[in-house]
Design a protein around this ligand. Structure first.
Ligand code: ZN
Length: 436
């Protein structure tokens, strides 16, 4: 188990994070499948071995060049023209401007106590990281929430192309002989494979008491036993939210400041104008659970009277959100079929909820829209695959983790590694590599 002790001073925290990443062989890189505090990271050694660009470019990668390449692949002439009107200098100046705007934002103290001083803290944190890595701090910002935001500015509005590709499935048994059990598949582009090698070991973010609860970064479970996961979704037809908080991570706020589902729903209600779209699934230590379908401007909450609840990418099922998503795209129909498949599997498996039952569901391959996604079985409009999966048992403080290997060897083709974690700072052990 890796422990990241969060510092009260933002700059110190950035410096300590960057040193820890270096010691762990992780490089900051905008665009991979793992993140810490919103900073995207890649595994340096396996990236080099697999000839993946991340190892050589890292934080200094030329984003404009990459966005240009993407526009060419998409055959989008207009987008290409817009991107070509930019240069590196203008890009970094824009990051600076957005940063100044974020720093100037004021939030009502009573309604938003959790984010007072957050922008200043995170700005100082980015500078601490930049100084240790010896890079421009604006490039550090491009590796967290700013990347997607700036991409939108460069393209002059519209959805971020990357966020249009929705992925991930999260399923929960609210109760079982072992308490709540949460299963999760992460779906991403296969290029993230290199960055994910060696991923899975618990990373504990230990917060000073006044800064919130501590949490484990791979599974997003906090010291109160609240577990948060979800899936992604886009609402291309919905107008942009008038407000957005760059660099604020709602998932981070939830696990730091909420101990149960009731508190989570209160936080989501208050922060509704600032985040989304996303599907969230939250389960607390008592087995209370809710799925939140968050659009750009509003959200719907699903509670179930069954022993299970879930969310899968690209589909909203509540009336309010369903209406906003529309149902005429092949991507939606594809996701809906998976939603129906999971429901059918759960009706059967939830009669005897167990780790094995969860394992069967998250490795189901029924076509046309399987829960475990292999790239060669996906339709052309869906370029994502299941790169890692885990089953979390908060009551026992353990999870079972499997990550894609070169080949590719998918998570479903492997034995899981059992990890245990603790919140007392004493560390954790790697257990037997089989589900039991
Ligand atoms: Zn599979």
């Amino acid at each position: 188990m890796k422990i990241r002790k969060i510092q009260k001073n933002g700059y110190d925290n950035g410096a300590s994070l960057a040193k820890a990443w270096r010691a762990d062989g992780l490089v900051l890189y905008p665009g991979s499948g793992r993140a810490e505090l919103g900073y995207l990271l890649s595994n340096e050694e396996s990236s080099q071995k697999l000839g993946y660009a991340a190892a050589t470019e890292g934080v200094n990668v030329n984003l404009l060049q990459r966005w240009e390449k993407y526009a060419i692949e998409q055959g989008n002439e207009k987008m290409l023209e817009r991107i070509r009107a930019w240069d590196e200098k203008k890009l970094l100046q824009t990051v600076e401007k957005v940063q100044q705007k974020a720093l100037a934002q004021k939030f009502d103290r009573r309604r938003y106590p959790e984010i007072q001083g957050l922008a200043a803290y995170r700005s100082a944190e980015a500078k601490g990281i930049a100084d240790v890595l010896g890079v421009d701090y604006r490039r550090v910002l491009l590796c967290n929430g700013y990347g997607g935001y700036i991409h939108r500015i460069v393209r002059e509005g519209g959805e971020s192309e990357l966020s249009e590709k929705s992925g991930c499935t999260t399923i929960a048994f609210k109760s079982s002989p072992k308490g709540p059990i949460i299963g999760r598949n992460l779906d991403a582009e296969i290029a993230a494979l290199a960055g994910l090698q060696g991923h899975g070991e618990p990373v504990m973010f230990q917060y000073p008491e006044e800064m919130g609860y501590s949490y484990e970064n791979t599974t997003y479970v906090n010291s109160e036993g609240l577990a948060l996961q979800g899936s992604s979704i886009a609402y291309p037809q919905e107008p942009e939210s008038p407000l957005s908080l760059v660099g604020m991570d709602i998932q981070d706020l939830i696990v730091r400041f909420c101990k149960n589902v009731t508190e989570t729903l209160d936080l989501i209600e208050r922060y509704n104008p600032f985040f989304g779209p996303t599907n969230l699934l939250v389960v607390d230590a008592r087995g209370d659970a809710a799925a939140i379908e968050k659009t750009k401007n509003t959200f719907a909450v699903r509670r179930t009277d069954t022993n299970w609840i879930f969310t899968t990418d690209g589909v909203a099922v509540e009336a309010k959100t369903r209406k906003l998503q529309g149902d005429d795209t092949p991507a939606y129909q594809f996701s809906l079929q998976r939603h129906q498949l999971i429901e059918k599997l759960l009706k059967k498996e939830a009669k005897a909820p167990s780790i094995e039952a969860m394992q069967r569901i998250i490795t189901d391959h029924a076509l046309p829209s399987p829960v475990c996604k292999h790239l060669d079985k996906m339709p052309s409009f869906y370029p994502l695959a299941s790169l890692y999966s885990f089953i979390l048992v908060p009551q026992e403080k353990v999870y079972y983790f499997k990550v894609i290997r070169p080949g590719p060897t998918y998570p479903c083709q492997q034995e899981p590694v059992k990890y245990s974690y603790a919140f007392d700072g004493k560390g954790a052990e790697k257990g037997d590599p089989h589900v039991r």
